[in-house]
Design a protein around this ligand. Structure first.
Ligand SMILES: Cc1ncc(COP(=O)(O)O)c(C=O)c1O
Length: 383
């Protein structure tokens, strides 16, 4: 089924009078008519609703939709992307294990691995994910996880997913990917042999800048194992109200992404023409060093990207202040365009000058270009 049909049609559900929108199950617990039923629910499959920290039908409906959309067998939703990522990583490693993680991964993920989990005896090596050789040479006898984020979300760098999954299998390690940038619409990591997929649904999947949530998707066996252990014990669940809002966002995900892709590329191409910009980091542009890999493993590009300039960060902050439509703020994936001027740490040594990240939203791209032109007027006179 095409993804746009999949997000539009829920299976008919007799329990809810044929309602086209699943009701919000606003309750913490579920009761049973007899003790026998209660005992059976406990003994039965893990997806019986007993208590909403375990299962809630509204959340379960979203999970089924997300698993189908991403092409995985099963999904579990979480209260944030970081709850999904931390739960996923903790399900795949133990004290004494070694992890290889791409050096440009989302900052808190790096911190979780490099600082937090090191307290529990998990050692992490951060490597340049664009180099398979760097990944290979970081492997140790106790490497149990290769953690990927492709593309990364500041300089938008990719990893070769097929090659990484193949290498991980050869050394008996699992692979996990943060697939938030590409979304289930533009990248299916399972096709390349990746084991576990995480998304921050706070971004494109929610799509309206009004919720925070996350999801893990994988084989039924892996998700059932996570469910019985880290999911229930760490308890970072998604509420039914949030699940309902995410379901609403999901209805238009393929539609929004089509428009966002066009808008992003239109703005990115314009930026390439500005003299103070030295490089535009957008994998849909032929100038991106991994453009061919992007075409091979993604079916489209989303609208978060960055550019590098020969000007200082301070000058670019003044430039950002002049923008009218790009609002200054973190996150991305909603309807509104956003700008941040890069805060760069280890892993970004190749960036010279300043880095500006743009999230291109659903405004008319010509309006966004006019906005950038007016904010750049002074810089263009001086350059
Ligand atoms: C690439 C990426 N992964 C994960 C996260 C974490 O998601 P959340 O904020 O929903 O915890 C973010 C948030 O900005 C992100 O940009």
């Amino acid at each position: 089924m095409d993804q746009s049909t999949l997000v539009t049609h829920d299976p008919h559900d007799d329990k809810h009078q044929g309602a086209v929108v699943m009701p919000i199950y606003q309750n913490s617990l579920f009761t049973f008519p007899t003790y026998k039923d209660f005992d059976q629910a406990f003994a039965g499959p893990d997806d019986t609703p007993l208590y909403s920290r375990g299962n809630n039908p509204t959340v379960q409906q979203l999970e089924a939709r997300l698993a189908a959309l991403q092409g995985g067998e099963k999904a579990r939703c979480f209260g944030s992307g970081m709850a999904a990522i931390s739960t996923g990583i903790m399900s795949l490693v133990r004290g004494g294990d070694h992890v290889i993680c791409v050096d440009q991964a989302y900052g808190p993920t790096r911190e979780l691995l490099g600082k937090f989990l090191s307290q529990y005896g998990v050692e992490t090596t951060f490597v340049d994910g664009t180099s398979l050789e760097a990944i290979r040479s970081a492997a140790k006898a106790n490497t149990k996880l290769i953690y990927l984020e492709s593309p990364t979300t500041l300089t938008i760098r990719l990893q070769d997913l097929r090659a990484c999954a193949h290498f991980a299998k050869s050394i008996g390690a699992a692979t996990m990917i943060d697939n938030t940038w590409a979304t289930p619409c533009y990248q299916n990591p399972f096709e390349f042999g990746i084991d576990l997929v995480a998304h921050s649904v706070s971004k494109y999947i929610g799509g309206h800048s009004d919720i925070v949530g996350g999801v893990l998707i994988g084989s039924a066996e892996l998700i059932n194992r996570i469910n019985a252990n880290e999911y229930l014990l760490l308890g970072g669940i998604m509420t039914s109200q949030t699940a309902s809002l995410v379901m609403r966002g999901l209805r238009t995900l393929p539609l929004r992404l089509e428009k966002l892709e066009q808008n992003g590329l239109t703005v990115a191409r314009y930026l390439e023409s500005l003299p103070f910009i030295t490089r535009v980091n957008h994998p849909g542009l032929p100038s991106h060093p991994q453009h061919e890999l992007a075409k091979r493993q993604m079916t489209g590009t989303s609208s978060l990207f960055s550019f590098e300039t020969n000007l200082t960060t301070e000058v670019m902050k003044i430039w950002a202040d002049r923008l009218a439509y790009f609002r200054i703020g973190v996150s991305w994936g909603g309807f509104e365009s956003l700008v941040t001027v890069g805060k760069l740490g280890p892993g970004y040594e190749s960036v010279q000058g300043s880095l500006v990240r743009l999230y291109v939203g659903l405004e008319k791209p010509q309006d966004l270009i006019a906005d950038i032109r007016q904010a750049s007027a002074e810089l263009l006179v001086n350059s």
